[in-house]
Ligand binder design. Sequence first.
Ligand code: PRP
Ligand code: URA
Length: 268
Amino acid sequence: MLVLRHQRGTPPTATAFVEQIGERILIVACMAREPEHHGLVFFHAREISSFCPMDTTPAFPTLRLVTHPLVQHKVTLLRDRSTPTKIFKELVDEIATLIAYEATSELALEPTPVETPLERTTGMRVSGKKLTLVPILRAGLGMVDGVARLVPSARVGHVGLYRDHDTLEPVDYYFKVPGDAAERDFFLLDPMLATGGSAAAAVTSLKRAGATRIRLLCLVAAPEGVRRLADAHPDVLVHCAALDRELNSQGYILPGLGDAGDRLFGTR
Ligand code: PRP
Ligand code: URA
């Protein structure tokens, strides 16, 4: 298998084998090179090419499922009702790091000069203003350190929302993000996307503040929530570890993991 950097257009020898997979293009081609290099060649539409384990689902075009085995293993531990608060917190933190690794894979890069001990060369760096993490209070707080481990210079804003127990609609109580929102990428953090009301309201508030590039990072989503967010904000991609079956009559995700905030902070 040979993984090549992005090439504009399709090599003429490979056109018969092109297949569109989500946002990526898979090209199976025989290369006129060494025999061990014959095989699969991956191209995609970004500057740096990698075979990224992200699943896209045609029914949920905004959803990016993180199917990495470690993520799936850890989500199962998270679901387990006997997992204690300390371990639950550690798992949320670890899964947040792994999801962030996927969610940051499409950040724009720019060349930058660098002096190695031997010579001057050109490296790459993430371009633009610092990424901004925005946890939805309370449960989103459990994801901040895990994401910041990968992007330690990220700014952190906060959105305070809770679901009204009767209507299940979000009630908004706090909002603070950096002033120059229009120039930043935002990662909205919340472990649970249930009815989608909280995430949709948080995105609306971010957009009102000027944000234009927003992604949601969550651990468990219900189909209802993914659809509601996509209807309200089709530009917002959702990077998520699990797409569950449905909501129950109280708006809890099934099979889910229970109340994320209560399990994180031991308030059950
Ligand atoms: C949970 C969760 C989300 C919201 C998801 O928070 O952390 O913010 O519910 O539900 P939705 O998609 O139906 O809006 P909750 O309202 O329980 O507040 P808490 O984090 O303060 O416990
Ligand atoms: N909020 C949670 O914490 N869990 C759910 O299942 C739904 C909303």
